[in-house]
Structures are given as C-alpha cells and as structure tokens.
Design a protein around this ligand. Structure first.
Ligand code: AP5
Length: 209
C-alpha cells in the first residue's frame, strides 16, 4: 500500500505513522526526520535545509522532491511505503504523482489551539526515535522506552510553531482538495486518544491495525 499522511504540524502524523507502518510492514518515510538526520550528519542536504527548518519554512522543492524520489526507488519501498510530511505543496504532490501511484492520502485533522500545546510539550528520544508528550511522562527528561535523555526539537518554540502553522494553512492544506478530487482522500479526526485515532485510520483504509 502506498500511503501519504497529511495534517498540520503536531497532528500526530509521526506518532500514527510509526504504528501503521509497523502493522502494515511498510517503511515509514518522514521527510522531517530525513532532514534532521542530514543536519546532524552535516551532509550537503542538511546544510541546505537548516536555515529553512529553523525558521519554520519549507525546504526548497528542488532539494525535497529529489530526496523523496531517490528514497522511494529503494528496494524496501517495492511493497509499499508511508510518507509522512511529503507532499507539502501542490508542486510536490504533482511531482509525486509522476514517479509513484498512491492508494490513499490520510488527512489527520486537529484545530490550531490544540497543536500549539502538543508541540510545545513534545519531547523526542535521539536514541530510539520515540516521540512523547510531557503530560504522559513520569520524568520529562528520561525516555520511558530506552532510558536515554529526551530532547526538545529546535523548531518546537513558539515563534517557529507559529510560522509552521501559517505555512501549513497557506501551502499544505490545499492538498486535501487535490486528493479529494482524485478520490484518494481519507479524513480522520486527530483530536481523539492516540489508540482511537489509530483505529479510525484502520477503518478508513479498511486494514487491520
Ligand atoms: P516535520 O518533521 O514533518 O514536522 P511537522 O509536519 O511540523 O510535523 P511534526 O513532526 O511537528 O508533527 P506530527 O504531526 O508528526 O506530530 P507528532 O506525532 O510528533 O517537518 C519539520 C520541518 O522540516 C518543516 O517545518 C520543514 O522546514 C521541513 N520539511 C519537512 N518535510 C518537508 C517537505 N516535504 N517540504 C519542505 N520542507 C519540509 O505529535 C506531536 C505531539 O502530540 C507529540 O508530543 C505526541 O505525543 C502528541 N500526540 C500525538 N497524537 C496525539 C493524540 N491523539 N492526542 C494527544 N496528543 C497526541
């Protein structure tokens, strides 16, 4: 199954993609994670992406589209993939349609006021890649899965969150109409407990999760 998860920053795309990709045995491909890894490693892509990510702007399409095209050509994507964070504008969606055929685009919808609270309380484990919220952690500094020290993403600060939301509304939200017109859109309410959101995605895709 070739899937795309759409939704604003903090909607739970990464949280749900981790569960769904494991259940369906397809790779979870997050462009945000790919850029953060490239930045940590100081690759040419990481160097190009850093200033855009720190300001909450989109990394230029020329960099992003090529990175995804190459990733989808790898062997582990032959039986499907789950894209999280791509496409993010119409040009990226049109480019994707030229090199791969989607089965569904799942839009995880959450209102802006909830997103700000989710993003400012998010913590990330650099060792096992787990994502958590401080309200669900016994100790907000320690990863409950592997014991490593949790960190806050550099773009989860109030000014950058505001920019990311405004970029989302201007550039990414029109993609729901794009995929609805193609008959691929599945709408899911993301403002429900995590397990319920997973079950709703399963129903929308008619798969066992
Ligand atoms: P990216 O990493 O894709 O960030 P994003 O889209 O802003 O999404 P997030 O990862 O912040 O949120 P999420 O929806 O995955 O939520 P999560 O599951 O973590 O992109 C970062 C940057 O990279 C962009 O700004 C851009 O610069 C660049 N970039 C990436 N892709 C690009 C592209 N295609 N083109 C150009 N540039 C690109 O959940 C958030 C929090 O909520 C967590 O704490 C979680 O525990 C909690 N939570 C999750 N679900 C629930 C629930 N149901 N109820 C309560 N809390 C929940």
């Amino acid at each position: 199954m070739n899937l795309v998860f759409l939704g604003p920053p903090g909607a739970g795309k990464g949280t749900q993609a981790a569960v769904v990709s494991q259940a369906l045995r397809i790779p979870h491909i997050s462009t945000g994670d790919m850029f953060r890894k490239a930045m940590r490693e100081g690759t040419p892509t990481g160097l190009k992406a850093r200033a855009f990510i720190e300001q909450g702007k989109l990394v230029p399409d020329s960099v992003t589209i090529e990175m995804v095209r190459e990733r989808l050509s790898e062997d582990d994507c032959k039986n499907g993939y789950l894209l999280d964070g791509f496409p993010r504008n119409l040009l990226q969606a049109e480019a994707l349609a030229e090199f791969s055929q989607l089965d569904a685009a799942v839009n995880i919808a959450v209102a802006d006021e909830k997103l700000i609270a989710r993003l400012s309380g998010r913590r990330f484990c650099p060792k096992c890649s787990g994502t958590f919220h401080i309200t669900k952690l016994a100790d907000e500094k320690i990863c409950p899965n592997c014991g490593a020290e949790l960190v806050q993403r550099a773009d989860d600060n109030p000014a950058t969150i505001a920019n990311r939301l405004s970029v989302y509304h201007a550039e990414t939200s029109p993609l729901t109409a794009f995929y609805a017109q193609k008959g691929l859109l599945k709408e899911v309410d993301g403002d429900l407990p995590m397990e319920v959101v997973t079950a709703e995605i399963g129903k929308a895709l008619a798969v066992e999760l």
